[in-house]
Design a protein around this ligand. Structure first.
Ligand code: KG4
Ligand code: ZN
Length: 403
């Protein structure tokens, strides 16, 4: 079946069309079209994502992205009906999109010119995330539902991050029970999975998410938003110069805490590391990061990345043992971090060689709509076999939606 997906939960506007088959047992996906616009540069001057600005940018870019995706997908074999949406629906379409600026008028014009594509479902992220941003995607999906008469499947963004691992390797089925560690800008969670769509969050951060900690430390070091990749680059530079710094006190000027590393639960806390970075900078220089040497910044970045990695690896290992996981999944934007990836590859190959490690490709680690389409496929299968045959469009954005 063909699925069109929409992701607008944070600062990426993304639309894709995929072809999915194989059922829940062995799902396989082919991407027919994908377009993503990152607003990161727009938000950089605010040092973080500014919700009203995110909403405005999503509304401005979503229709142009859809047009691009339809064009690309057509070249890749997507078929179209020979009909256009019924013009009588225009008033209803305008009502749905009235809160999204001039998107309503643009959309009606689009319907007058565009043949209806042969799509079986529309998957849209309905949370967690920034509600004003989520609403743009949801209202856009509802407008498409009305124009094309195609069912909508709401998708949890975090389920998308879990399912993203199926896109890089669909040949080996995931064996349950599985454990997923989700590390993104808004979340840090350990999730026990007994089957697709049956998730149990067994641990979570009590304060900052890992990605958030990276972004805040980046800011303290005077690096631009989003800071994760910049901190990681500095850390890699330090390790290249001092490969054995961890065991050489003279090469390790800063030592940060590993909060909750030995706590009896599966929860995390990262705000303390960030505060320690702040105090350590203050102790080192009165003028803040501006007067840190490049070498000191690199050393701080490496120590920070190590502190976070130590905690993540130790907690994940404990959870793998406790639930007897057969598969370990890591997902979320921070998985783009090659140092953290390597630490988990090392953990699994040394301590749990019988377990399969599933990791998304780097480009599908950060937010994208392909993972939403793939998660939408599994949701669609679940819903269409149950009693829930009536596809509702009566759902809302939920900024705090949990798995
Ligand atoms: O999953 P994601 O794209 O968006 C959310 O759902 O939050 O994650 C974004 C987060 C940001 O905090 C960003 O700094 C972090 O992922 N990130 C990284 C790296 N690339 C992105 N953190 C550390 N190292 C990276 N290479
Ligand atoms: Zn995300």
């Amino acid at each position: 079946m063909k699925i069109l997906s929409i992701e607008t939960s944070c600062d990426e506007t993304a639309i894709s069309i995929i072809s999915a088959e194989g059922g829940v047992e062995s799902p396989r996906f082919e991407v027919l079209g994908n377009a993503l616009y990152s607003q990161a540069k727009t938000h950089a001057e605010y040092g973080g994502v500014f919700p009203a600005l995110a909403k405005r940018e999503h509304a401005r870019n979503i229709l142009p992205l859809l047009k691009i995706v339809l064009d690309v997908a057509q070249k890749n074999g997507l078929e179209f009906h020979t009909t256009k949406p019924n013009a009588g629906k225009n008033i209803m379409l305008k009502n749905i999109l009235e809160r999204e600026g001039n998107l309503a008028d643009q959309f009606v014009e689009f319907c007058e010119t565009q043949f209806i594509p042969k799509i079986d479902a529309i998957a849209v992220t309905n949370g967690p995330g920034l509600e004003p941003a989520l609403w743009v995607g949801i209202n856009f999906a509802k407008a498409l539902n009305l124009a094309w008469d195609v069912p909508i499947v709401p998708v949890n963004h975090m389920e998308g991050h879990i399912i993203s691992v199926l896109l890089s390797d669909s040949s080996t089925p995931v064996i349950f029970p599985a454990l997923a560690l989700l590390i993104s800008g808004g979340h840090t969670e350990l999730v026990e999975i007994d089957e697709w769509n049956a998730y149990k969050v067994i641990g979570r951060t009590r304060d900052d998410a890992v990605g958030e900690a990276f972004d805040k430390v980046a800011r303290l070091l005077g690096l631009p938003y989003p800071g994760g990749p910049h901190v990681s680059r500095l850390a890699a530079e330090y390790r290249a110069t001092y490969p054995d710094y961890k065991n050489t006190p003279a090469e390790r000027p800063f030592i940060l805490p590993r909060p909750m590393i030995d706590s009896p639960d599966f929860d995390f806390s990262f705000s303390g590391i960030k505060t320690s970075v702040l105090y350590t900078i203050k102790k080192t220089t009165n003028e803040g990061a501006i007067s840190l040497t490049e070498n000191q910044k690199q050393a701080m970045a490496a120590e920070f990345e190590d502190a976070v990695t130590d905690v993540l690896v130790k907690k994940a290992a404990k959870a793998i043992e406790q639930i007897g996981a057969e598969t370990f999944i890591i997902g979320g934007g921070v998985v783009a971090n090659t140092y953290i990836r390597a630490a988990f590859e090392n953990l699994i190959s040394k301590r749990f060689p019988h377990i399969s490690l599933r990791v998304p490709s780097i480009d599908l680690s950060t937010d994208n709509s392909i993972m939403i389409a793939a998660a939408g496929y599994l949701q669609f299968l679940k819903k269409s076999k149950g009693i829930e045959k009536e596809w509702t469009t009566d759902f809302k954005a939920d900024g705090n939606l949990s798995l």
